[in-house]
Each structure stands twice: as structure tokens, then as C-alpha cells.
Design a protein around this ligand. Sequence first.
Ligand code: GLU
Length: 276
Amino acid sequence: MVHTSQPYLGRLAPSPTGLLHLGHAHTFWLAAQRAAAAGGSLLLRNDDLDAARCRPEFVEAFQNDLRWLGLSWTEPMLTQSQRVPLYRAALARLHAAGHIYPCHHSRREIAEAASAPHENGLNDEPLYPAEWRPPPDASLPPLTDPIICNWRFRVPDGETVAFTDAHAGPQSAIAGRDFGDFLVWRKDDVPSYQLACALDDGELGITEVVRGDDLIKSTFRQLLLLRALGLPEPTYYHADLVTDDTGQRLAKRHDALSLRALRDSGQSPAQLIERF
Ligand code: GLU
């Protein structure tokens, strides 16, 4: 399902795990430019599901930094930790349709058992061994409350997942070869990023996702989830990531390039934007 005539709706989706850096500013500024050019609007989504890494002060910080940069969005901000019942309902739909199964293997076991990655593989996580999957017709145990084991999405082996990125051009990957069965819910009862993100983008009717090109790999998985859930698919614009002087991708720990530090050193938003 693809959007046809809806007005442009984009989103800014920071994770409150640190201060925003120049790379985020670049991506979010691009998102705002594309929304403005299309006469559309933006939502702000607080991706705070990873409780161990997220801190409330960084939520306030990203709101301030984005405002300082001159960006605006439709209030109220959405907070993923408050939307868990929606993700749980989506999990139940995936369960009812037989798209998921419980997985009792540890990350280490999977890493040890995984076959060498295919040369075109996404190489972001080991390929889940297909022989560990339950047979497709095996009856599934019910979803417990709380969830106490990992649940994985069964990818359609051999199916090519393709999309045309508005910046990076045509992209494709083969399910089961370039990427394997991936987590949708964790045994500590937390939805995976892939599920929460796909559900939000689909249910909120996001028409275009603008984000860093490190997430192209996630898009294949999210498209499979959107299709399995019968939700509309956004189009995608994956922006080049900003690198530092040594060519390294910026991480949040490069404090000197945090927006906060640049702002405190007297840089104006206009001077920053000139660098993009
Ligand atoms: N919150 C994610 C991150 O900061 C981005 C998710 C997305 O744009 O899909 O990496």
C-alpha cells in the first residue's frame, strides 16, 4: 500500500541518549526543508524505548536544540514509551497471522552459529540460522503478559525487498540471504526499534521518512513489517551522514560537535546550516 494523495507528513525521531550533534542537525534540517517544499508538516517522535540508555534531560535538550535551529513541528510530541499498547496490539496481529515465533537462543549462540555473511548482506546483525525456526505450520505458543522471551519475524526467504530512495536511489535486499529473521519484541518486554518505528510510520500516515543512511538497512525490515500489518508505506530519503575531519561518522560522544557546544561557542543556526 503506498500513499497517493495525502499531504506530506514527515517526522523527526531523535533518541534521547545524548545531545544532538551536527549530523542530527543536518538530517533534521533536511527533513524540515523537504516538508516545507512540499507544503507539509512534521511530527516530533521521542524514540525512548531503550530505558537503559535514554534520559529525560536529553528530551528537553533535543526540543531546545531543534527550536534553536528554527525547526517546528505539530504538537504534541509523541513518546514511544507511552505507545507500547499500540505496539503490543501490532504484535498480536503478527502473531495471529503466523508472522512471528518465539526464539530462545542467546545473541552469542546466534553469532556463533550464523553462516558467513553473503557478500551483499546487510552485515548489521548475524543471519539467524533458518534451521532454528519452528516449521511454518507448528502451532505457536500464546503471547504472554509480560513477554518473557524474544519474538522474531519470519522473513519471506528469497523475496526481494526493494525501494527507490529519494536520495540514495534504488535499493534492494533478498530476505533470508542478505538479512534474516529479526527481533520484534524482546524478552525484557520491550518492543524492538523495527516494530515500533514501522508501526508509528504506518499508523500515523507518515508519507516520507527522512533519516541517516545508516538506517537503509532497517528499511527492508520495516517494509516487511508494514506489509505484514497492512499499513501504508512511506517513501524514504536517507541522508548522507556527516563525518568529522578524519572521515569518521559523528557519534553522540563527539561532544565538541554537539549542537549545544557549537551554540555555546557562538555559532548561529545560519552558520551551521551553511556547512551542510
Ligand atoms: N531514533 C532513531 C535514531 O536516532 C531514528 C529512527 C528513525 O528515524 O527511524 O537513530
